[in-house]
Ligand binder design. Structure first.
Ligand code: SF4
Ligand code: FES
Length: 534
């Protein structure tokens, strides 16, 4: 491994690394705006310039490859003078409106101004003002805060491949713009907001909702498809305010789809179920949650006793975690050893959606066509539990002779939108049905026992993505009042003490889940940078 010296400290680097990345890997802070490890290098912002012994002028650390024995100075008089001048230049026309800017608290201009800038502005002329622009359905551009780093432009060319954003004009009139009538609405568009190092590109959805320093975050996984994108759920006082990408080298790198970004809205849907109900003389009436669980258990046991083994079923939703599915499967088989386990419906949008670099044609990102996060995980649980099982299609069309005899069961939904449609499939329209779901549907209205459940952002668990990668997610907020996490309900039914604890269930399931370390994917190394062709 080559070694270089930065500010008197010797560090080990990877071959072909740039000075900046080597420093960041070694926890040496160097200011940078235009550099991003997922994009090509343009070295345009000039804040990262350093002095290298043997080279007469300052060099951009983001674009200068390391050499064995190189001696770098980032805090020399020359380097510091450049940092101050660059900051002064970038702030000349900046409106300095931090108190009303959404980016305040996570803005590189603010941070670097404090660390590397001057304490006062010497600029006395009128600032050049540029108008705000709607550059996409969800994105607004505050043009006079832009520092022209072109990260956003490069993203639309090199990752989404859609090329909506461009640089227009020259000199101080230069600005980011879109082609007329071609807004930045691609399915990865929200990533340009994450990439923008200042408050120029902002998410309309989050605009003026929260100050970022009030937000807390937990690691989670996208619930919208089988891709398993790693995300942060950012929340405050029981409300999820936004979703940000969490780096994972093998799965989503630095990006997420817009479907994932806005998936938290279902968590706070005004129609969320929050009253346990039971059907009495043909009408649903409110009932205490504990009583509803008791009556669900009694109802199923009565049917199993009267009709004998093989009379019950459980529909395990691919929105459930592996742990929850394991507990429900264990419970239903404890009531009826021949209970039928059915994997719930797996909606798809057809083929996967791929994105290519518009310049090289290289594939950059894929959005999975399978629109649930845990089909594979539920199949794994069903295989582990063994016994009678069938597919959703066979179950609802009654092709399977097995399903004819099933007269009572437990159905779990948890989908982020109505999943059952207007007509209840025949096997679910008869007998005694316990339904656990988060949103109302034709099925919840007919349930004999209705148990309001928790959305994914309200509980812990494990999902398995389309490629068989098992990933743990954490809850950020509590379920709405009147709803309960599925795991807590199953703990009660199984007579277990305390509250549901996903990690204990993982240990109980054993291999392959017992070795699963939560969030180990975060430590995955970022890929070595390759120059993209421009
Ligand atoms: S809008 Fe943001 S990301 Fe785009 S060039 Fe300006 S500062 Fe950079
Ligand atoms: S980060 Fe090096 S020039 Fe912008």
């Amino acid at each position: 491994m080559p070694k270089i010296t930065v500010d008197g400290k010797s560090i080990e680097c990877k071959d072909r690394q740039m000075i900046l990345q080597a420093c960041l890997d070694a926890d040496i802070a160097l200011p940078h705006y235009c550099y991003h490890p997922g994009l090509s290098i343009v070295a345009s912002c000039r804040i990262c310039l350093v002095e290298v012994e043997g080279i007469p002028k300052l060099v951009p650390s983001c674009q200068t490859p390391i050499r064995e024995g190189m001696v770098v100075h980032s805090t020399s008089t020359k380097a510091i003078a450049n940092q101050k001048q660059t900051m002064e230049f970038l702030l000349i026309n900046h409106p300095l409106d931090c108190p009303v800017c959404d980016q305040a608290g996570e803005c590189y201009l603010q941070d670097y101004s404090y660390q590397y800038g001057r304490s006062q502005s010497r600029f006395e002329e009128d600032k050049h003002k540029k108008p705000k622009k709607n550059v996409g359905e969800k994105i607004v551009l505050y043009n006079d805060r832009c520092i022209m780093c072109t990260r956003c432009v490069r993203f639309t060319r090199e990752i989404s491949g859609t090329s909506e954003l461009l640089v227009e004009g020259r000199g101080h009139k230069e600005e980011i713009d879109i082609f007329p009538g071609k807004p930045c609405n691609n399915k990865l568009a929200g990533n340009v907001v994450d990439l923008c190092p200042v408050g120029a590109l902002l998410d309309k959805d989050f605009l003026f909702k929260q100050r970022v320093w009030l937000l807390k975050r937990v690691p989670s996984i996208s619930p919208v498809d089988a891709g398993g994108e790693n995300i942060w759920l950012e929340y405050n006082e029981g409300v999820v305010y936004r979703i940000k990408p969490r780096y994972n080298a093998e799965i989503n790198q630095w990006w997420i789809s817009d479907d994932t970004r806005y998936s938290y809205k279902a968590v706070h849907d005004e129609h969320r179920l929050h009253r346990a109900k039971k059907t009495q003389y043909g009408t649903q009436v409110d009932v205490a949650y504990g009583k509803a669980i008791e009556e669900a258990d009694t109802g199923l046991r009565t049917v199993a006793k009267e009709k004998g083994a093989g009379s019950l079923y459980a529909v395990l939703s691919p929105m459930m975690s592996i742990e929850e599915a394991w507990l429900l499967g264990t419970y239903i088989r404890s009531v009826d050893a021949q209970a039928l386990l059915v994997l719930g419906p797996v909606p798809t949008s057809g083929a996967n959606e791929s994105f290519q670099n518009a310049l090289t044609g290289k594939q950059t990102y894929t959005i999975q066509g399978e629109k649930v996060p845990n089909r594979k995980g539920i199949e794994r649980v069903i295989a582990l539990l063994g016994g009678p099982t069938t597919t959703w299609d066979d179950f609802v069309t009654s092709k399977s002779p097995e399903s004819q005899s099933r007269v009572a069961g437990w159905v779990v939904g948890g989908y982020l939108s109505n999943w059952i449609g207007a007509t209840i499939p025949a096997p679910l329209a008869r007998g005694f049905r316990v339904v656990q779901d988060i949103l109302p549907s034709a099925l919840t209205e007919k349930a004999d026992i209705l148990l309001p459940a928790a959305a994914w952002a309200e509980k812990d668990g494990t999902w398995e993505n389309h490629a068989g990668k098992l990933q743990v997610f954490s809850g950020a907020v509590p379920p709405p009042e009147g709803a309960r996490r599925e795991g807590d309900v199953y703990y009660t039914l199984l007579g277990r003490r305390g509250l549901y604890h996903a990690e204990s269930v993982r240990t109980e399931i054993g291999e392959p889940l017992s070795g699963l370390r939560p969030f180990d994917s975060e430590k995955a190394e970022e890929p070595a940078f390759e120059f993209a062709e421009l």
